[in-house]
Design a protein around this ligand. Structure first.
Ligand SMILES: *[C@@H]1O[C@H](CO)[C@@H](O)[C@H](O)[C@H]1NC(C)=O
Ligand SMILES: *[C@@H]1O[C@H](CO)[C@@H](O)[C@H](O)[C@H]1NC(C)=O
Ligand SMILES: *[C@@H]1O[C@H](CO)[C@@H](O)[C@H](O)[C@H]1NC(C)=O
Ligand SMILES: *[C@@H]1O[C@H](CO)[C@@H](O)[C@H](O)[C@H]1NC(C)=O
Length: 607
C-alpha cells in the first residue's frame, strides 16, 4: 500500500525533463535567444513575406469571421464584415497597419517580384484565381486581380524565374503549372501546362501528401519539383521532365499534410563547378494523417535527405535531426546555416491534428553536417505558423492557428503574437562586421565588380582574409512550412584590402547569370569569423529594382502594368481579357509596358 502511494506521488510530480526544457534566467547564449516582439499583431501570421523596406506583410484567410483588427469605417462597406485579415508589421517600430484583402487568401502562395512588389496568388473559394499585389510604401494596400490565374490554385507553390516571371505549380486537384503574369504574347496562347508528376505523387484526394510542392530553381534554369517522396527536374519552358530523381528513402511523405520542409543549400559561387544541393527535413509516414483523424498521433520523422541536383547519378544522402518534427520551417541564415524552427512532434498538418509542439529550433551547418539544439520558445507554433529572416539577422516567428476560426480557448489557441529568435551569431562576444558602403551602388548588373566596404573593430585586431565571405539571401514567401524562393549565394570574392585601421573592402563579383540569381532584391551580408553583418538590400539586375520605401512605382516600373497602384485597371480586368487571358480590346490608354522574355518589348493597351 505504501509503495502504491509513493508511486502515485511520483507520478504527480512534473517529470524532470519538462523542467529542464523551460527557459531559464540565464540561457546558454550559444543556443540563441527568444524575445517577444509584440503580444498581438491582431491577425494570425499564416503567410509571411519581407519587403525591401523591411516591413513584414502577413495575412491569414478572409472567410474566417472576426480577427482582432478592424478596418476604418470608410473601407468597411466593401465586404460582409469589418475585420482585416492582413497587416503590415514593422519590426523595428513594432507598428501594425491593417491591409485590405477582399477575396479569400487561405493557403495561397507568393513571391517578391524583381521590382520589389509582392505578389500573392490563389487561395480558396472566391480567391482561388486571384493574383494580388502589394507595393512597398507607407500607405500602399493590396490590389487584387480577380482573373490573375488561369486555374484555381489552393496549396500551390511559387518560384521566381530567371526572366522575372513567377511560376505557380500545382494546388489542390491541379496537375498543372502556369506563369504570372499570364503570357500575353499573341503568338503564345497557351496559359496552362500539364504536369502529370503531381497526379503520380498524389496519395489520395482527401489526403494528398503532395500539396505545396517544394520548388527550387536549379543552376541551369530548370525547376526542381519535389512532391510527397519523389522529385523531378522540369524544363518549364518546353514543358518536359528532363530528369527523374530517386525516391527519397525511408517511406516518409514530406508534403502537406504530412508536412516537412525543404531548402536549396547555399551555393558557393567561388571557383569550380557550381553545386546545387537540396536539403529536405521532417514530415511523417503517409498514414499519419488518417491516424490523426482518429486521435492517434504518430511521432514524425527525424530524417533528412540531401540531394545534389546535377550529379551524374544523384543519390539521397540521409541523415537525422536530433528532434522529430513535422511542420518545421527551414530557413537559410546569412551565414549559410539552416535553422529548423516551429512545428510539432506528432500528428499531421490540418485542423487540430498535431500534438507536442517542438519548441526548440535546431541549427544545421551544411559544411560539417552537424545539428545543434537551440533554446526553446514558450509559444507553440503549430499548423499555420510561419517564420522569416529579418535584415538584422534575427528570425521573426508568428502565427499558429490549427482552429477553424480565431479561438482563444482551444487546445492550441489562435496565436497573434510575433517573436524574434536571435541565432547564436548575434549573441557572440565577437563583434559584427558593419557594412559602411557598397560601390558602385546597390543596383548592379550581372558579373559586375562590387566593392563592399565594412568596418570591423576588435581590440586592435586585424581581419584575416580567410575568414571573410559575402552572402546574398533572396527574400522568401513563407507559408505551410515552405519558404518559397529562398536562396543563399556565397558570392565570389576577388580580394580583401585593408583601407584604414578598422576599415576594409571586400571586392566581389556579382553572380554571373539570372539562372543562378534571378533578378530582384537580395539581402547582402559580410560574414566575418562566423558573424554576419546586418544585411543591406541589394539588387543584382540594374533596372529591375526600384528603390524601396519610396512610392514611385507608377513611374518607375514599366514591367508590371496590372499592379501597384493601377487599381482601376484591375477592376476592369474581366472586361479587357477573355477566358484565355488575352486582351480583347487593343485600343485606348497606354497602361504600361510588358516584360516578355526578360525584355521590355511591348505596350499593353486597354479600354
Ligand atoms: C482578441 O480579441 C478577443 C475578442 O475581443 C479578445 O478576447 C482577445 O483577448 C484578443 N486577443 C489578443 C491576443 O489580442
Ligand atoms: C567557397 O568555395 C571556395 C573555393 O572552393 C572556398 O575557398 C570557400 O571556403 C568557400 N566558402 C564557403 C563560405 O564555403
Ligand atoms: C474553440 O475550440 C473549442 C475546442 O475545440 C470548441 O469547443 C469551441 O466551440 C471553439 N470556440 C469557437 C468560438 O469556435
Ligand atoms: C555601423 O556603421 C554605421 C554608419 O557607418 C554606424 O551608424 C553604426 O553605429 C555602426 N554600427 C556598429 C554596430 O558599429
Amino acid at each position: 500500500m505504501a509503495s502504491l502511494i509513493i508511486t502515485l506521488l511520483l507520478l504527480t510530480l512534473p517529470p524532470t525533463s519538462s523542467l529542464s526544457s523551460l527557459p531559464t534566467k540565464n540561457p546558454d547564449l550559444t543556443k540563441g535567444k527568444w524575445k517577444l516582439l509584440k503580444k498581438s499583431i491582431r491577425v494570425s501570421a499564416m503567410h509571411m513575406a519581407l519587403l525591401p523596406n523591411d516591413r513584414i506583410i502577413t495575412f491569414d484567410r478572409t472567410d474566417f469571421g472576426p480577427s482582432n483588427i478592424t478596418f476604418s469605417s470608410e473601407k468597411c462597406p466593401l465586404i460582409s464584415d469589418c475585420y482585416a485579415h492582413s497587416v503590415e508589421f514593422y519590426p523595428s517600430k513594432r507598428g501594425v497597419r491593417p491591409l485590405t484583402i477582399l477575396s479569400d487568401t487561405w493557403c495561397s502562395s507568393g513571391a517578391l517580384l524583381p521590382d520589389g512588389v509582392l505578389i500573392q496568388s490563389g487561395g480558396n473559394n472566391d480567391g482561388e484565381k486571384v493574383v494580388r499585389t502589394f507595393t512597398p510604401c507607407d500607405d500602399c494596400d493590396w490590389v487584387e486581380n480577380r482573373n490573375g490565374l488561369a486555374s484555381p490554385r489552393w496549396y500551390a507553390s511559387n518560384q521566381l524565374l530567371p526572366d522575372g516571371k513567377v511560376i505557380v505549380v500545382g494546388g489542390r486537384r491541379q496537375f498543372t503549372y502556369e506563369f504570372i503574369p499570364k503570357s500575353l504574347n499573341s503568338g503564345d496562347r497557351k496559359l496552362l501546362f500539364k504536369l502529370p508528376f503531381l497526379e503520380e505523387t498524389l496519395r489520395s484526394d482527401p489526403f494528398p501528401n503532395n500539396l505545396y510542392p517544394f520548388l527550387h530553381l536549379n543552376t541551369d534554369g530548370n525547376l526542381f519539383v519535389f512532391a510527397n517522396d519523389r522529385a523531378i527536374l522540369l524544363d518549364h519552358v518546353r514543358n518536359e521532365v528532363v530528369r527523374r530523381y530517386p525516391v527519397i528513402p525511408g517511406g516518409v511523405s514530406r508534403n502537406y499534410p504530412c508536412t516537412g520542409s525543404s531548402v536549396l543549400l547555399p551555393m558557393n559561387l567561388s571557383g569550380g563547378a557550381l553545386v546545387a544541393e537540396v536539403f529536405i527535413c521532417g514530415g511523417t509516414v503517409p498514414e499519419a494523417i488518417d491516424k490523426a483523424l482518429s486521435d492517434v498521433f504518430i511521432v514524425g520523422t527525424k530524417s533528412c535527405g540531401r540531394l545534389r541536383l546535377n550529379d551524374e547519378n544523384p543519390e539521397w544522402e540521409m541523415t537525422e535531426m536530433p528532434l522529430s518534427r513535422i511542420m518545421g520551417d527551414m530557413l537559410l541564415l546569412p551565414t549559410g546555416d539552416v535553422l529548423i524552427i516551429n512545428g510539432a512532434k506528432r500528428g499531421a498538418a490540418g485542423w487540430n491534428l498535431a500534438r507536442e509542439p517542438v519548441l526548440n529550433p535546431v541549427l544545421y551547418k551544411p559544411g560539417s553536417r552537424s545539428f545543434k539544439i537551440m533554446n526553446p520558445s514558450t509559444i507553440p507554433r503549430m499548423y499555420h505558423s510561419s517564420a522569416h529572416l529579418l535584415s538584422d539577422g534575427r528570425v521573426i516567428v508568428g502565427g499558429s492557428n490549427p482552429n477553424a476560426n480565431y479561438n482563444f480557448s482551444a487546445l492550441f489557441p489562435t496565436e497573434l503574437s510575433v517573436e524574434a529568435f536571435s541565432p547564436p551569431y548575434l549573441l557572440s562576444r565577437k563583434p559584427r562586421p558593419n557594412i559602411t558602403g557598397i560601390e558602385p551602388g546597390v543596383n548592379l548588373v550581372y558579373k559586375q565588380r562590387i566593392e563592399v566596404n565594412f568596418r570591423w573593430k576588435y581590440d586592435g585586431r586585424k581581419v584575416e582574409s580567410g575568414k571573410v565571405y559575402v552572402t546574398m539571401v533572396a527574400p522568401s514567401f513563407t507559408t505551410h512550412s515552405f519558404s518559397m524562393n529562398q536562396r543563399v549565394l556565397v558570392v565570389e570574392v576577388a580580394e580583401i584590402r585593408r583601407r584604414s585601421a578598422e576599415n576594409y573592402v571586400v571586392v566581389c563579383l556579382a553572380p554571373a547569370t539570372a539562372e543562378v540569381a534571378p533578378p530582384g532584391y537580395y539581402q547582402l551580408s559580410v560574414v566575418y569569423d562566423g558573424i554576419p553583418s546586418r544585411s543591406n538590400w541589394y539588387c543584382p539586375d540594374e533596372g529591375a529594382c526600384v528603390e524601396p520605401s519610396i512610392n514611385r512605382f507608377l513611374e518607375s516600373s514599366p514591367h508590371w502594368p496590372f499592379i501597384g497602384g493601377v487599381g482601376l485597371v484591375l477592376t476592369d480586368e474581366e472586361e479587357i481579357r477573355g477566358d484565355d487571358g488575352l486582351p480583347k480590346k487593343m485600343e485606348g490608354v497606354v497602361l504600361g509596358r510588358l516584360l516578355e522574355n526578360g525584355r521590355d518589348d511591348g505596350v499593353l493597351l486597354a479600354r
